[in-house]
Design a protein around this ligand. Structure first.
Ligand code: GLA
Length: 406
């Protein structure tokens, strides 16, 4: 996709020309989480980074308070139209529920411009791969509409509102990780985020002679599927039981040591394992952030592997495809670590691979996966990116304005 092609499509879809001077282009990244899975809605830590794959929006203002949105990644052939004053009314089960939910929350808080907007969305994240395409659409929408004449939105507030939109309107009990990193990510940095206080620190991704590889199992996952919300409920149950002994606001406020002494309080063995994953994963994440800053990739990789085992055996959000991908990756000399990333039940793995082992890694994983699963995986050697902002072109390496500065 090129920018001039996007502009041509904009004119075709919205049937207007002569508004070239008013067109603005925005970008919000997808994310990959290095470690810290299902800790965010349990008041714990996560360590994600923003990707140079994400969603773009080309926008032009309207004068009548209506909105027309169109996605190049969706099957609809006509733009979806609604009134900015009432965006959620009639929201279908299609992709438009993400932007419309965000606009609804922004509207409730008086943060929307009065004029409407025409928006053309284009994403280059693989769909259903667990790299947060929906969070990138949410954050992008909030930012683009805020930039179209509404009051300037603080990026932390933006992340919170997008999470609220997903929790309250879309109906997924997700934590804040995805929306936060899409809003506040930084190039060549991972964010260590405390999801309870939202305190965060940027950790330099110093990976000498090492590549971060995302491997797509090509088994789509669906977050809205009941399994994610079921894990959320199981964690609530574990917290309620442990609160009889600990005065804590969230599961991750309990240390691994305290949990090991009190795990028996939870009689149900499944609920006990859920709590164990969340609490130990939080500790692994904190430790991993230190090792990353020390440049100890070997130690970091071991924690990634332990994280996968915990997701597989205790939290039970892995699946055969993810387990095959990680097992094959672990067998390659020069792979520091590999784990499933994101909500689970499909999607992608993330692996830290020494450059001189990259080709062997790809060959081993591709051949092994093909013979065991029956179709090939896809590899992405992607770069990290800044969070949401206005960009000058689809080439993210070119100069950009309004994006995060160091
Ligand atoms: C999804 C959710 C996040 C987080 C991860 C698991 O990506 O949107 O909030 O819970 O799953 O770590």
């Amino acid at each position: 996709m090129t920018q001039s092609k996007l502009t041509t499509i904009f004119e075709q879809v919205f049937g207007i020309s002569g508004r070239e001077n008013e067109l603005r282009l925005f970008y919000a990244p997808g994310r990959v989480n290095l470690i810290g899975e299902h800790t965010d809605y349990n008041g714990g830590h996560v360590l994600p980074c923003a990707l140079s794959m994400g969603t773009y929006a080309l926008t032009a203002p309207r004068t009548d308070g209506a909105c027309r949105i169109f996605s190049l990644n969706a099957p609809e052939v006509e733009p979806i139209t609604f009134l900015l004053a009432d965006p959620w009314n009639g929201a279908e089960t299609n992709w438009s529920r993400y932007p419309r939910a965000v606009l609804s929350i922004l509207g409730e808080r008086g943060l929307l411009p009065e004029r409407g907007l025409d928006v053309l969305y284009y994403g280059n994240l693989p769909a259903g791969a667990g790299l947060s395409s929906s969070a990138s659409i949410e954050v992008l929408t909030g930012y683009a509409f805020g930039a179209a004449g509404g009051p300037k939105i603080d990026l932390v507030e933006l992340a919170k509102m997008c999470r609220a939109a997903e929790n309250d309107l879309v109906g997924v009990k997700c934590g804040i990780m995805d929306q936060f990193v899409s809003s506040l990510g930084r190039r060549e940095r991972a964010i260590l985020l405390n999801c309870e206080t939202l305190e965060h620190r940027y950790c330099k991704l110093a990976l000498p002679q090492t590549t971060l590889v995302i491997t797509n199992s090509n088994k789509p996952h669906s977050l809205a599927a009941s399994s994610y919300n079921q894990r959320w409920r199981e964690c609530e149950t574990a917290l309620a039981i442990l609160r009889r002994k600990f005065e804590v606001s969230a599961l991750c406020r309990i240390s691994g040591y305290d949990f090991s002494l009190s795990a028996d309080l939870i009689e149900d063995e499944v609920i006990r394992r859920r709590a164990k994953h969340v609490i130990t994963e939080n500790q692994r994440t904190l430790e991993a952030s230190v090792l990353l800053e020390l440049g100890d990739l070997k130690g970091f990789g071991q924690l990634m592997n332990a994280s996968h085992v915990s997701m597989r055996d205790d939290f039970e959000i892995s699946c055969r495809e993810m387990d095959v991908l990680t097992r094959l990756a672990w067998s390659v000399d020069g792979v520091y670590g590999s784990r499933m990333t994101g909500g689970g039940f499909g999607g992608c793995t993330v692996s830290l691979v020494r450059d001189d082992a990259l080709e062997t890694f790809k060959r081993t994983v591709e051949q092994g996966y093909l013979s065991e699963i029956g179709y090939p995986p896809t590899f992405y050697v992607t770069e990290t990116s800044d969070g949401v902002g206005r960009v000058q072109s689809l080439d993210l390496t070119s100069a950009s304005d309004e994006r995060n500065d160091d």
